[in-house]
Design a protein around this ligand. Structure first.
Ligand SMILES: [Zn+2]
Length: 163
């Protein structure tokens, strides 16, 4: 396994909340391999804040299967995620799950209408902004617009240099 192959392993892991790969979500930044040490740089979507622990677990588990005996470290690059990093495949998957990726004007993922209003509540998730579509009456979430800096973890281990 070289770093590129390991990157493919990580890229194919699905987000715990939406069935879309980390690559298509734009979450995977890089994978490097130094000796028996794998370092994975990920950037959390604002959507996935509560799921980071689960993503880290999946990544570590997949790498343990793909490269036994290696040590994996996950580094979260906070704030580095951009809605533009989401691939067309990722956008489609998000849309089917009822999410709209911010970037242009919010648009209803169900009817495509632009006559939408921000719903007056934030629910429990700071990562999503709810909108109402006045065209078809659907409620949908826009991700990537709300600030979500609160509670972001953690690098997976200390950030010191190579041991
Ligand atoms: Zn609509």
């Amino acid at each position: 396994m070289n770093a590129d192959q390991l990157a493919d392993v990580v890229a194919g892991i699905s987000d715990p909340e939406i069935d879309v790969s980390l690559r298509d979500l734009g979450v995977l930044r890089s994978v490097s391999l130094a000796g028996d040490r794998i370092q994975v740089h990920l950037t959390p979507t604002r959507l996935g804040c509560p799921a980071l622990g689960e993503i880290a677990r999946r990544v570590r588990s997949a790498l343990a299967d793909a490269a036994p005996g290696h040590e994996s470290e996950i580094v979260w690059e906070r704030g580095a995620w951009q809605p533009t990093a989401v691939t067309p495949v990722g956008r489609d998957a998000l849309r089917m799950a009822g999410y709209q990726v911010a970037g242009a004007a919010p648009r209803c993922p169900y009817c495509g209408g632009e006559d939408v209003v921000r719903a007056g509540r934030f629910g429990g998730a700071v990562c999503k902004v709810p909108y109402d579509c006045r065209g078809c009456g659907s409620l949908f979430d826009v991700i990537g617009t709300a600030g979500c800096s609160a509670g972001l973890p953690f690098t997976d281990s200390d950030q010191g240099g190579p041991r």
